[in-house]
Design a protein around this ligand. Structure first.
Ligand SMILES: Nc1ncnc2c1ncn2[C@@H]1O[C@H](COP(=O)(O)OP(=O)(O)OP(=O)(O)O)[C@@H](O)[C@H]1O
Ligand SMILES: O=P(O)(O)OC[C@H]1O[C@H](OP(=O)(O)OP(=O)(O)O)[C@H](O)[C@@H]1O
Ligand SMILES: O=C(O)c1cccnc1
Length: 499
């Protein structure tokens, strides 16, 4: 079958097949072995923070909810699996009725997340929990990366307006839409992506491009016509002044037009998009001030990121608003987060839940088995976080009174904490396959992220070489892990003896 025929035949696409083939094969094996309905627990986490940052900001839950709620195979999904990939009817009949019926707990979007702690936990049938792995990782890995990058840029920018401009450079449309949303969670004030405004209530913001100046063949004419229309609509104007020569023509034409039309109140700003942004901003500021436009802002764009922003500020650049595209939306300096999805418990042949572990020569990579809960230990004296604490589900760290926190690999690094709150970091999202979580608005999520950052000491928040934030295991959780490591090693040695 050629591509065109194939596209037509399978037109009613769904997201169920947005997965890796190995998930289908594993689920098929579970089904054939009568294991597909066993209970299983999986956790989603990353090991290493991106960009050398001291924290990450979780984003992606809204899309996960959409995905899980609509999870199900369409007729054409099943036809494709049958006709093209050769899966048998009886297995496809099983897939046809497969829906998500389990439980998901997760961090709220905007929560701070660190390495080796579960962002999200799925407990359901082995088949359903396994199948959704790829899509969940795909969503969290990208959106969390962008929210974190935006937060780094926000740290560099300070309180000035920060605009997300990246849609044209994003890795296709989904990335632009969800990436601009994630950028707002991480701290951007607004986006140029109008669809993001429509779908998520993001504030949208925009100036104009060089094309408008070139199309009108004359910069003065272009500014005049643009400004007339903005005046008619009572909208603010930002003129892009670098198409020909910023200091010789752009800034003068902008000032001339504003004066001629008498629209001082609407003269929001001018945008610089090339050249030496530090030098030009200082010169443009002088000219604006001299002409009586002290309130008019200078916007800057052009391949900016947190490093250029800091560098420009260190040169005394007079930039009042920042537009950031490519390097934010593509997570330019670290294009992947590396989150993984690991099974931590499974129902055995006797219906009992047993813990599972993945061993590695690298101690950081050994998974932490069992059903667990994640807490942020907040010191009630200074209202700062002491670290995160992973305990077995049945433990009650809040009741300890004097909590021992120790590094899970270098265990001699330890401390006792008293007078603390153990704040549980996961909320129930799905119970019995039903959505039980109410999604907050986009700017509520942004405010939540900002509030969470206030709990962190500055040492964890600096953009370069931050301190390592503690993510510790309870003693029981640690003992459980060690016991399982030893049990698995003994078992492996038994296998060697047999062969
Ligand atoms: N004063 C400055 N200090 C440090 N970096 C700067 C300064 N001014 C601009 N930059 C950055 O330097 C880079 C310059 O980009 P580029 O070499 O493309 O030059 P350009 O002036 O933008 O030319 P073009 O007209 O092709 O856009 C951009 O990333 C920009 O943000
Ligand atoms: O530089 P970024 O951080 O990626 O920000 C987005 C860029 O997109 C536009 O440039 P583009 O050359 O695409 O169009 P233009 O003609 O409007 O300048 C805009 O002028 C910014 O420079
Ligand atoms: O509105 C702007 O100035 C804008 C929008 C997208 C990309 N670059 C700039």
């Amino acid at each position: 079958m050629d591509n065109v025929q194939q596209i037509n035949k399978y037109a009613d696409d769904s997201l169920a097949l947005h997965t890796d083939l190995y998930q289908v094969n594993m689920v098929e094996t579970y089904w054939a072995e009568g294991m597909s309905e066993r209970r299983a627990v999986f956790e989603l986490f990353f090991r290493k923070l991106p960009f050398g940052n001291g924290y990450a900001i979780f984003a992606g839950l809204e899309r996960i909810i959409e995905y899980v709620q609509s999870f199900g195979f369409t007729d054409s999904d099943l036809a494709y699996l049958h006709d093209e990939l050769g899966y048998e009817e009886d297995f496809l009949a099983y897939l046809k009725q497969l829906r998500f019926t389990g439980k998901i707990t997760a961090m709220r979007e905007g929560e701070l997340v660190f390495g080796n702690e579960a962002i999200l936990r799925v407990e359901g049938t082995l088949a359903e929990a396994q199948f959704i792995e790829t899509a969940l990782l795909n969503i969290v890995n990208y959106q969390t990366l962008i929210a974190t990058k935006a937060s780094r840029i926000r740290n560099a920018v300070g309180d000035a307006p920060l605009l997300e401009f990246g849609t044209r450079r994003a890795h296709e449309m989904d990335a632009a839409l969800w990436g601009s949303r994630a950028a707002i969670i991480g701290g951007c004030d607004a986006t140029s992506n109008v669809r993001c405004g429509k779908r998520f209530g993001a504030k949208v913001s925009g100036t104009h491009a060089h094309a408008m100046v070139q199309a009108m063949l004359d910069e003065y004419e272009a500014f005049l016509r643009y400004a007339k229309r903005q005046k008619q609509m009572n909208r603010k104007c930002v003129f892009l002044i670098d198409t020909y020569d910023t200091l010789k023509s752009g800034i003068h034409n902008a000032i001339k037009v504003v004066k001629e039309l008498g629209i001082k109140d609407l003269f929001e700003g001018v945008r610089l998009d090339s050249g030496d942004l530090a030098y030009l901003s200082k010169e443009v500021r002088k000219l604006l001030d001299k002409a009586g436009f002290k309130e008019t802002r200078i916007y800057a764009s052009n391949d900016l990121d947190e490093y250029t922003v800091l560098n420009l500020k260190s040169q005394g650049a007079v930039i009042d608003a920042w537009g950031i595209g490519t390097k934010l939306i593509t997570a330019y300096d670290q294009p992947a987060l590396g989150a993984v999805y690991k099974i931590v418990a499974i129902e055995d042949d006797h219906g009992k839940m047993v813990d599972t572990i993945k061993i590695s020569g690298n101690p950081e990579k050994v998974t932490t088995p069992g059903r667990k809960k994640l807490y942020r230990i907040i010191n009630l004296v200074n209202h700062r976080s002491e670290g995160d604490y992973i305990a077995l589900e049945e433990e009650k760290p809040q009741e300890e009174g004097r909590l021992k926190m120790f590094h899970p690999v270098y265990t001699y690094i330890s401390k006792f904490v008293t007078n603390y709150e153990a704040r549980e970091l996961h909320a129930d999202i799905f119970l019995g396959g039903k959505l039980v979580y109410e999604l907050p608005g986009l700017y509520e999520v942004q405010a939540f992220a900002k509030g969470n950052l206030e709990l962190l000491w500055d040492e964890y928040k600096r953009n370069q070489n931050p301190e390592d934030y503690p993510v510790d295991l309870s003693q029981r959780c640690w003992d459980n892990k060690m016991n399982l490591i030893h049990a698995m090693k003994e078992k492996a040695e038994g296998v060697v003896k047999e062969t």
